[in-house]
Design a protein around this ligand. Structure first.
Ligand SMILES: C[S@@+](CC[C@H](N)C(=O)[O-])C[C@H]1O[C@@H](n2cnc3c(N)ncnc32)[C@H](O)[C@@H]1O
Length: 378
């Protein structure tokens, strides 16, 4: 007997795409313009909070980039809009802020997230973009640093580095930021931020979030803008980026970049690095000193490195090194650290070079010098 056949040929449009067509409330273009903060989500956040995120923006991000039960992080939660929307849509939420305004938002610094690595599907960061709004008296508030000060970008880079650590591979970073125009000086904060985010993340797109309720949106300010030939801020950027998927190629690129940098340091001493590779590890030995100074293990999602000096004897400005377990490498290796992206290659290579120097010195009968004198520029 023949199997019954459907009278309709199979649709070339996947079922999920048909489902998306029904969701006309999802934004389709790169201009997002929500008439009010709470449109469609009356309970989310507090519309009177200075710098509040439009609930519609949060809903679009959560629905596009996460599934039910996945973790959404809001590390500068303010009045809590992003967490409220994500929870209402059935996602798990972690919201924190330096100055929490509600009991379900806990106190933490966005430069040190209280979360394990590779756990979140989406991080939405609506950060201060200069020192124009006083959010709290806490001296760690990033809204106390002007966007004209280089330190503003250094601190934001620490926030980005935490987002990178906590997002899973393929996870999404959404960052809301505005440019500043003050006293005749224009600062393109959005482009600068995107510039350093691209070191770790892959750009997906840039959305223009139309601003409606700024204090400067008044006839008096509009008059001044025309009279003195400047523009009022009409939008914020919503930068959308993805933490790259981890592939075997990522580990190979990291190991190759480390090898190149350590090789240069050895070459300066007329030395060469001899590499031995096992199935799960790579060992680097100084030919001159005949001493192994680093062992590298490419793992899924990270590259683990073991080196000779103790953490306290290292110049480690990025704070990567931890104590190695005694069992590692017959007890030679005293420190270990992990790389999860190419962005960590420079500080990691500096640590390996210190291990190389340490190995060479020991071989020549020298004593390990103090960390300050150990400093090696690559
Ligand atoms: C633009 S507001 C966030 C608005 C929020 N999404 C809402 O809908 O209400 C920026 C927030 O960043 C917080 N903040 C500033 N520096 C911080 C830091 N170092 N760590 C955590 N939060 C910080 C401020 O306290 C403020 O609540």
């Amino acid at each position: 007997m023949m199997a019954p056949t459907s009278s309709h040929p199979p649709s070339p449009v996947p079922a999920e795409a048909w489902a998306m067509l029904g969701r006309t409330d999802l934004e389709a273009s790169t201009t997002w313009d929500f008439p009010s903060q709470s449109a469609g989500h009356p309970e989310a956040g507090d519309a009177s909070f200075n710098g509040v995120t439009p609930a519609g923006c949060a809903a679009n991000l959560v629905r596009r980039y996460t599934g039910p039960g996945e973790l959404v992080v809001d590390p500068m939660a303010g009045s809590g809009t992003i967490g409220d929307v994500a929870r209402a849509l059935g996602r798990r939420v972690v919201s924190f802020d330096l100055a929490p305004r509600r009991s379900d938002i806990f106190r933490a610094d966005a430069r040190s997230w209280p979360l394990s690595a590779q756990t979140a599907a989406l991080a939405v960061i609506d950060s201060p973009y200069s020192d124009n709004v006083v959010y709290s008296p806490d001296s760690r508030c990033l809204g106390r640093i002007s966007c004209r000060d280089a330190r503003f970008y250094e601190e934001m880079e620490k926030v980005a580095s935490e987002a990178y650590r906590v997002l899973r591979f393929g996870g999404i970073l959404a960052w809301i930021i505005a440019d500043e125009y003050r006293a005749g000086v224009s600062t393109p904060v959005g482009f600068r931020l995107l510039g350093f985010l691209e070191k770790r993340f892959e750009p997906i797109d840039t959305i223009v979030l139309v601003r409606h309720h700024d204090r400067s949106a008044s006839p008096m300010w509009e008059h001044r803008a025309r009279r003195f030939n400047f523009f009022l801020r009409g939008f914020k950027f919503l930068l959308l980026l993805r933490k790259p998927e981890w592939t075997g190629r990522t580990s190979r690129e990291i190991v190759a970049a480390l090898r190149e940098r350590v090789g240069i340091a050895a070459h300066r001493r007329q030395d060469r690095i001899v590499e031995r590779a096992g199935r799960h590890w790579i060992a680097w030995r100084s030919r001159q000193a005949d001493r192994v100074f680093a062992e590298i293990r490419p793992l899924r999602g990270r590259v683990q490195v073991f080196i000779l000096p103790r953490p306290r004897d290292l110049m480690d400005s990025a704070g990567l090194a931890r104590r190695a377990p005694r069992s590692q490498g017959w007890g030679w290796f005293r420190s270990r650290f992990e790389l999860t992206s190419m962005a960590q290659v420079e500080p990691a290579a500096r640590l390996i070079v210190q291990s190389y120097e340490h190995g060479v010195r020991k071989r020549n009968g020298g004593r390990a010098r103090s960390p300050a004198r150990n400093k090696q520029s690559l």
